[in-house]
Design a protein around this ligand. Structure first.
Ligand SMILES: [Zn+2]
Length: 179
C-alpha cells in the first residue's frame, strides 16, 4: 500500500476507533511475531524504549544489526526466548501479532470497542486474536515481558489455565526477565 493511501486510511479509520488496527500499514516480521505500526517513528520509539538490561544487551551486541528493524527483530527474539526460559515453557509453535499504538488512550479505545469495557491498560493480549496491543508511550522491557508471558502460556497449554494462573505466570515472566 502506498504511503498516501496509508495516511488517508489512518485519518478515516481514526474516526472509527474500532478499526484502528486495520489501518496500520507497515509490518516487521520476526521469528515469533508480526509487528504492525503506521509510522516508522513509532517503531523507532518502541525500539528505543526497550532497554534489555545488562545480560540480554550483551547477547544483543553479538548479533548483527544494520537498521532499527534489525535491532528490534533481534531484541524481540531474545525477549521471547528469555521468557520461555524463565517460565520453562517452550511451545512448539508460537506466533502472534504486536500492534503498536502511540499511547494508552488508543489501547483503551480498542479495548472499549472490542469488549465494551473501560479499562486503564497500557497493553493487553487478546487470546482470541493472538494479538498484543500496546502503548509505545508506556512500554518498557517489563511491560513487554508480561505480555509475552501471556503469549508463551497461551501457546504452551492445550487447555487454557484459569485466568488467575495465566496472570500469575505473566507476572512471573515480568519479574524475572532481567535475571
Ligand atoms: Zn496480564
Amino acid at each position: 500500500m502506498t504511503s498516501k493511501v496509508c495516511i488517508a486510511l489512518v485519518i478515516v479509520f481514526s474516526l472509527h476507533v474500532g478499526t484502528i488496527s486495520s489501518a496500520l500499514c507497515e509490518e516487521l516480521k520476526t521469528r515469533y511475531a508480526t509487528v504492525r505500526y503506521d509510522d516508522i517513528n513509532l517503531l523507532q520509539k518502541f525500539n528505543d524504549e526497550i532497554y534489555l538490561g545488562r545480560q540480554l544487551s550483551q547477547q544483543l551486541r553479538q548479533q548483527k544489526a544494520f537498521t532499527i528493524q534489525d535491532e528490534l527483530h533481534n531484541k524481540l527474539n531474545l525477549i521471547v526466548e528469555k521468557v520461555e526460559t524463565v517460565l520453562d515453557m517452550f511451545p512448539t509453535q508460537l506466533y502472534v501479532t504486536i500492534v503498536l499504538l502511540p499511547s494508552s488512550k488508543e489501547v483503551q479505545e480498542v479495548y472499549l470497542q472490542k469488549y465494551g469495557k473501560r479499562v486503564n491498560h497500557v497493553a493487553y493480549y487478546s487470546l482470541s486474536e493472538k494479538t498484543i496491543y500496546l502503548s509505545v508511550d508506556d512500554v518498557n522491557l517489563k511491560v513487554l515481558a508480561h505480555e509475552i508471558g501471556h503469549i508463551v502460556v497461551d501457546h504452551y497449554f492445550q487447555v487454557h489455565p484459569p485466568y488467575k494462573i495465566h496472570e500469575l505466570l505473566a507476572q512471573f515472566a515480568e519479574e524475572h526477565i532481567t535475571n
